[in-house]
Design a protein around this ligand. Structure first.
Ligand code: MSP
Length: 507
């Protein structure tokens, strides 16, 4: 049976237009989804929009729109951006859709009947931008400990989820599944948090109305995080047992930013434990981007718009940069100069140059006809081994979500390729008719290694690699592409490859 793989991104709030932070998680999820598809998995890749809650209601009011009008408008911006970024999601869920509301209502009812949700009264400090309640001790000086904005005292009748009953079970799960929360440093933070003891969680609001009504008590709307987290199963058709839910749940990985880890690794798993559902296999929290050394914010007017970046540099450059520049899981800084550096050195000099150099030589020495290789010299063999070993290395790094290491492993072969040309000096061989067999072999190894390089790289840079593979006389990668040495067919005729990336001149 074909193995399955389920990857998700957070669902994005529609009170804000998409920025580089949103693009980051979505590109990472897309690369993973494409990679797994190429490796023969049946992949369900989910993204979507988080459309309920006070934040969206307030933003709509400010715009003199209904929340749904605002959502309809902003959601298009996300969807257009995903199209432009080449995102290959299977489904896009909006929390205002009936299928989602049905799933949320079902799980809420189930926990209510079970006694894990009960009606009580709440009084605490509330941060509206974060949609989070804080205790007196957490909200130091009346400020939200997450975003440092003022909190307000809120007292209301509220439904509560008995989160306190699930702390031990959650700790046991975390303990038995070392892979569950990543990176490791974050895992330790969550363990300490849970060990301090979990409080019951307020999961309804009466102070505004933009949300899914509590079944049987529509004065309350369901807390936006209870609503939002359920998207990961409602999109699969939950509570319908068969179909996509049966096939893909539990998720293989929820990709998220570090700021929303607690929701995903404490709240969400305890909801699932209460509902008797399996827990996701992995929650991976990536770091945050600053911009030219500063926090990205509307007030600083330094928000990096992915659309503009794509228009200026091209889609694959943006995809590459996001995953290459910063190890996944750490914070990083975006700057135009580092982006241009990456283009000029990694993409134009290394990757692009290797392809144009080698295809130009094939045209020159063999009229563009790929030659069958003869016996491999030590140098040929070393290079071929390096390229073959890279495929397995990338596989391991992708399992760890170490995207930058995967790219580094590919670039090691690219550098080795450029060095292989210098070491074998094909232009010398070409002068000596006695060395024609060696020359054929060198040319074959060089081009075949690049077939492996571009196949392995294709989830990261789908457009460029399709062009490069076509230039090598190969098809675009298919599902279940077999990435092993020897796929180039002798006798195929190719031309000099186009420059994949023009250098960006800096003054
Ligand atoms: N709606 C919630 C998620 C619900 S998931 C069930 C939400 N939405 S959000 O639009 O505010 O943020 C979505 C993601 O963007 C988060 O994972 C967050 O970490 C990420 N980022 C926001 N700013 C970011 C950076 N500056 N850098 C990297 N990622 C950032 O939270």
């Amino acid at each position: 049976m074909i193995p399955s793989f389920y990857v998700t991104t957070p669902i994005y709030y529609v009170n804000d237009v998409p920025h580089i932070g949103h693009a980051y998680t979505t590109v990472a999820a897309d690369v993973l989804a494409r990679y797994k598809r190429m490796r023969g998995y049946e992949v369900f890749f989910l993204t979507g929009s988080d459309e309920h809650g006070q934040k969206v209601e307030k933003a709509a009011l400010k715009n003199q729109q209904t929340p749904l009008e605002l959502a309809d408008r902003v959601v298009k911006r996300f969807q257009l951006l995903w199209e432009k970024l080449g995102i290959s999601h299977t489904d896009f869920i909006r929390t205002t859709q009936e299928r989602h509301k049905a799933g949320v209502t079902h799980i809420f009812n189930q926990l209510l009947e079970k006694g894990d949700i009960y009606l009580g009264e709440y009084e605490d400090w509330y941060c509206t931008p974060c949609e989070t309640f804080w205790t007196e001790t957490q909200a130091v000086d009346g400020m939200c400990p997450d975003c440092n904005r003022p909190v307000e005292k809120l007292k209301e009748e509220s439904y509560f989820f008995k989160m306190s009953a699930y702390g031990e079970k959650l700790l046991a799960y975390i303990d038995e599944h070392p892979e569950f929360i990543q990176p490791k440093s974050k895992r330790n933070e969550i363990i300490s948090f849970v060990k301090e003891g979990l409080r019951d969680l307020s999961i309804s609001r009466t102070s505004f109305s933009w949300g899914i009504p509590v079944p049987g008590n529509p004065r309350h709307v369901i807390y936006v995080w209870f609503d939002a987290l359920t998207n990961y199963i409602s999109a699969l058709g939950y509570p319908e047992e068969g179909g996509a839910f049966g096939r893909f749940w539990p998720a293989d990985v929820h990709l998220i930013g570090k700021d929303i880890l607690r929701f995903h690794s404490v709240y969400w798993p305890t909801f699932l434990l209460a509902a008797g559902l399996p827990l996701p296999k992995k929650v991976f929290a990536h770091g945050w981007w600053t911009v030219e050394g500063q926090k990205m914010s509307k007030s600083l007017q330094n928000v990096v718009e992915p659309n503009k970046l794509i228009d200026t540099y091209g889609v694959d450059v943006v995809r590459y940069f996001l995953l290459r520049e910063v190890p996944f899981g750490l914070d990083g800084d975006f700057s135009h100069s580092s982006l241009i550096n990456r283009i000029n050195s990694d993409l134009a000099n290394d990757l692009g140059n290797l392809l144009s150099r080698s295809t130009a030589m094939l045209v020159k020495y063999f009229d563009g006809e790929i030659q069958a290789p003869g016996a491999l010299s030590d140098l040929d063999q070393q290079f071929c081994d390096k390229a073959t070993a890279m495929v397995a290395q990338v596989d391991r790094h992708m399992d760890d979500l170490a995207f930058s290491k995967a790219l580094q492993a590919i670039w090691d072969v690219i550098s080795a390729g450029n060095k292989y040309i210098d070491d074998t000096a094909p232009w010398q061989m070409a002068k000596d008719p006695a060395q024609v067999e060696q020359l054929k072999t060198v040319m074959y190894c060089l081009l075949e290694a690049q077939r492996l390089i571009h196949l392995t790289l294709s989830p990261f840079m789908p457009t460029t690699t399709t062009t490069a593979l076509a230039a090598l006389g190969c098809d675009a990668p298919s599902d279940q592409s077999v990435v092993s040495w020897g796929g180039l067919v002798a006798g195929t005729r190719i031309g000099k490859a186009p420059a994949l990336f023009p250098r960006i001149e800096t003054t």
